[in-house]
Write a protein that binds this ligand. Structure first.
Ligand code: ADP
Ligand code: MG
Length: 292
């Protein structure tokens, strides 16, 4: 590409709210075969709500909600905020907490008012030696509905299965359709449950799902997609997306995302949704065509 066509292209992109931090990215984007998307905060709003609560082993809502709310008050995960909001609506959330631990990709645990409390994915429960039994089916059903299943344990007993649902952003379905029209494959990379990720992907027509990825697994997922089908663009918003944004052939950060993600990206999407990705690729393809 000539310097002029790159200048014209980046200028046109800027008018559409797409900031190319690297002129190279305009050329590289033209060769991309797969667009990989982070789920939470990228495909979805990143503001989940607690939608379902199934109590187990004789526990009551009044026992469970304050205890799990208290642990989640210490976590910054969007799931934590959904659970805390629901707990606060139900009543007083204790503030007396000791031994808080955040188990990345698994969940959280702490001592609350004399009780040992943990909340997280199925793998957190099994890691702590708790068998899910019938609760596994309840969680699987939440997943099939596109909701994220979580489990709560109190004093070594399963106390509840919880579902949180994170609405898809306006613009996401159209953006995925437009990427397909441009001849690209669309993938989703997420730390979320496999069943939940599959349900959301099916609804949106996403071609490839990599789920239950631990934070450092996002980089490996990018490498796998590159090996399968050629150059990959990755779109993300979170701190845990920064290594994958750097590893992708082109990293695109959602402009409303974290500073760490924006700094790791080649392209910043000011609109805050995925229509910016389509604009970025469209401008890239036009710029490269003009000079041929
Ligand atoms: P993602 O950002 O894609 O959701 P994470 O690695 O942040 O990936 O989280 C993966 C999974 O770990 C979540 O889907 C959830 O099951 C569990 N988890 C993480 N943090 C919490 C939390 N504060 N409370 C409950 N579960 C959590
Ligand atoms: Mg995210």
């Amino acid at each position: 590409a000539t310097p002029t066509s790159i200048m014209v292209g980046t200028g046109r992109a800027a008018q559409l709210g797409v900031l190319f931090r690297q002129g190279d990215a305009l050329q590289t984007l033209h060769d991309v075969k797969t667009v990989a998307l982070d789920k939470t905060g990228t495909l979805t709003k990143g503001q989940p709500e607690l939608t379902d609560l199934t109590l187990l082993n004789g526990f009551t809502e009044d026992e469970v909600l304050p205890l799990i709310g208290a642990v989640e008050a210490r976590s910054e995960h969007p799931i934590a905020q959904a659970i805390l909001r629901r707990a606060e609506r139900a009543g007083n959330v204790p503030t007396e907490i000791t031994d808080f631990q955040s188990h990345t990709g698994y969940g959280v645990s702490a001592m609350v008012a004399g009780h040992r409390v943990s909340v997280g994915a199925d793998r957190l429960m099994t890691r702590d030696g708790l068998a899910l039994g019938d609760a596994a089916q309840i969680g699987a059903d939440y997943g099939t509905a596109g909701k994220t299943p979580l489990y709560a344990a109190i004093d070594g007993k399963l106390a509840a299965v919880i579902a949180v649902a994170d609405p898809v952003k306006p613009g996401t379905p159209e953006a995925i359709a437009a990427l397909h029209d441009l001849g690209l494959k669309v993938a989703m990379i997420t730390g979320d449950n496999q069943g939940t990720a599959d349900a959301i992907a099916a609804r949106l027509g996403i071609d490839r799902v990599v789920a239950e990825v631990l934070p450092d697994g996002k980089v490996a997922a990018i490498d796998t997609l590159k090996a399968e089908a050629g150059p990959v663009a990755f779109v993300g918003d979170g701190i845990n997306d920064a290594p994958a944004l750097a590893q992708a052939d082109v990293g695109l950060a959602i402009g409303t995302g974290t500073d760490v993600a924006i700094e790791a990206a080649d392209v910043v999407l000011m609109s805050g949704d995925l229509r910016g990705v389509v604009n970025a690729i469209d401008v890239s393809q036009r710029s490269m065509r003009n000079i041929q």
